[in-house]
Design a protein around this ligand. Structure first.
Ligand code: ATP
Ligand code: TZP
Ligand code: MG
Ligand code: MG
Length: 268
């Protein structure tokens, strides 16, 4: 794939305006809805066991995020996930904080075992902990990365038979055979809570318009990273508050032409 694929999938998202059903955490709910709206998708948050299966039926993708999980919400996620499989809706999973507590690790593994997942996106520690490696994690933030992130992503993709995305300074996306490294992004992203969670939902928007979930992931990562770079260029000396609102602006403003100029990824 090349920058043209990214531009074309972004154009398609903005044309189709896909409904992305999110079961996410209380920290990032508003930021996620605004980010999806800005980029040209249509967000809905719905958690009740009485309605999740019906909401998934009319959605184009389902995003599951365990950032502020509790027992009943995990059960809702599994109900929604089963409905997604029945209705051929892709599921994108963010195992926020896996490894920080046993409840998070075990809930993440339960969701992966019971739901057919198309893409898992997390920081290196979260992905390591879901595959049973005990990499250090500080709450929801990755600890210092000590292992080989590409091998970790490959192992996870093969184990779970899905696309795995590991983010950080550089992002990795693999389906277990083809692997891409995406260089776009900006360190100010680490100063905005929900930067990772919104990215998972943005992958959901791209996965709604193609069945090639690796291309969807690489496209989402490139688009998102370019938006971050443009926001930093405009507001970088003003601090995270201005950066956060300009980042939302850039999710709506980044054009196909800018992706062709600024997008930076390579296949390993
Ligand atoms: P963590 O909680 O460990 O920060 P996260 O779930 O917030 O993880 P990130 O890894 O921060 O997710 O990724 C979110 C976005 O921020 C991605 O697009 C990623 O490329 C970008 N990003 C994160 N750190 C950097 C960095 N140091 N330089 C450039 N971009 C970064
Ligand atoms: N605590 C529980 S969920 C959450 C925090 C701070 C948000 C994490 O968002 P991200 O995208 O992983 O930074
Ligand atoms: Mg972060
Ligand atoms: Mg995260």
């Amino acid at each position: 794939m090349d920058q043209h694929t990214v531009s074309e999938l972004l154009r398609k998202v903005r044309e189709v305006n896909p409904l992305v059903h999110n079961i996410t955490n209380v920290v990032v709910t508003n930021f996620t809805a605004n980010g999806l709206l800005a980029m040209g998708a249509s967000p809905v948050m719905a958690y009740a066991p009485e309605e999740v299966a019906d909401m998934v039926k009319i959605a184009s993708s389902l995003v599951l995020n365990i950032g502020t999980l509790d027992g009943p919400t995990v059960e809702s996620m599994i109900l929604a996930g089963k409905s997604a499989e029945k209705h051929h809706v892709p599921v994108i999973f963010d195992p926020v904080g896996a490894g920080a507590t046993c409840f998070r690790t075990e809930s993440a593994q339960k969701i992966i075992n019971e739901v057919k997942i198309s893409v898992i996106r997390g920081n290196a520690s979260e992905i390591a902990n879901v595959v049973g490696e005990k990499w250090e994690i500080k709450g929801v933030d990755a600890g210092s990365v000590k292992g080989d992130v590409v091998n970790l992503a490959l192992a996870a993709a093969k184990r779970f038979n899905c696309v795995v995305v590991i983010t950080g300074k550089e992002d990795i996306a693999t389906d277990g055979s083809s692997t891409f490294v995406i260089a776009n992004g900006h360190p100010l992203m680490t100063k905005v809570t929900g930067a990772g969670c919104l990215l998972t939902s943005v992958i959901g928007a791209f996965a709604a318009v193609t069945k090639d979930y690796l291309a969807a992931s690489v496209s989402a990562l490139t688009f998102y990273g370019v938006a971050a770079e443009k926001a930093a260029e405009k507001t970088g000396n003003q601090g995270p508050g201005s950066f956060q609102s300009e980042f939302l602006n850039q999710l709506s403003l980044v054009s196909s032409k800018e992706i062709a100029q600024l997008g930076s990824f390579k296949e390993l």
